[in-house]
Design a protein around this ligand. Sequence first.
Ligand code: RNT
Ligand code: ZN
Length: 421
Amino acid sequence: MSESGKTEQAFQLAREQYAGMGVDVDRALKTLAGIPISLHCWQGDDVGGFESDEGLTGGGIQATGNYPGKARSGDELRADLNKAFSVIPGRHRLNLHALYAEPSGKKVERDALEPQHFSRWVDWAKSVKIGMDFNPSYFSHPKAADGFTLASRDESIRKFWVQHGKVCRKIGAHFGKELGSPCVTNVWIPDGYKDSPADRKTPREILTKSLDEVFAEAIDPKLNLDAVEGKLFGIGSESYVVGSHEFYLGYTIKNKKLLCLDAGHFHPTEGIADKISSVLMYLPEILLHVSRGVRWDSDHVVTLSDDLRATAEEIVRGDYLKRVHIGLDYFDASINRVAAWAIGTRNMLRALLIALLEPTAKLRELEANSDFTARLALMEDLKTMPVGAVWDYYCQSQGVPSTNWLSEIKSYERDVLSKRK
Ligand code: RNT
Ligand code: ZN
């Protein structure tokens, strides 16, 4: 029997098994096909961007490793993304950082960026029919060298970064308009202290004022949605981060913005899954930065972990698919970067598929009847249901490889990536 015939056969058996539990596999696959994941451009070049050859500096984040073949230009990054998309089932999005502007020849400062400086990205996004998200870049810049940007006490520095935030929202709105899908523009700033501050209040007051200025102009939410991302600590900001989770939770509720929950930005045993149904009580929409924290690093490649599954389950169980924007955020320079995109995105999709294949109504009924024994038994049995057969079939039906996808990336590495110096 052909490989595709075997995949089909395994799928039919799995489908019957799920049907026996009351799960409609076809419906699950239809839903999965409609969920866009926003791929972060910065995995492709270790958060380097195109402004200088220095790469990532400051910001309390770091991409470690020196795997060969990173993208050095917009054309290379787009080619790498095309390759990644070719092994990921479904239609997704691109999440771009401001430092990936392409102002053809001349240098344009971050407070003067305009939509035209991203025209090559927009043209590409149109050609591959995807939407785009955006991020102002508050790091890798001389004006961020002392670690403070929007919360800076230096008025000229603060104003510069406020202006950067303003122009980025306009760029986001332009993406939204051109691509026919709202752009989520996410503000993350690194501002914080290595050691215990004497004043935790003043920088937060300054940040509030700066954010109010950045967001002062009303922009149609059909074009641009504003998000803000909190963090517990960074490298060199271990004792205090101005934009903490509580700070932004308050800010977003008060100002009707999207809260961004990054899976790597909390205490090591604290997951984002349990936060989703809480914050969505008070916020219409949120953004996720799906990542994986390991010890002090918040940005390892996303694996199919219990945390990831719990996050996907919460989104599906709460019927939040329309209210939760899913973006990825990690950067690993120690492995093939295109494979890193594929691994993380495929895992996010697999976690969603597992959640979509859950007999949620049954579990809830058991819970409502206080039959916690049966709830636990069913949850554990679900873990070994044949989701792999459904996933393989889904990949096949979407025209992408299921199991042998890596060989495509390896050929690309041999033919393209290894030639980059
Ligand atoms: C940093 C934040 C932020 C960045 C990207 C590059 O801790 O998670 O989202 O990773 O903006
Ligand atoms: Zn993040």
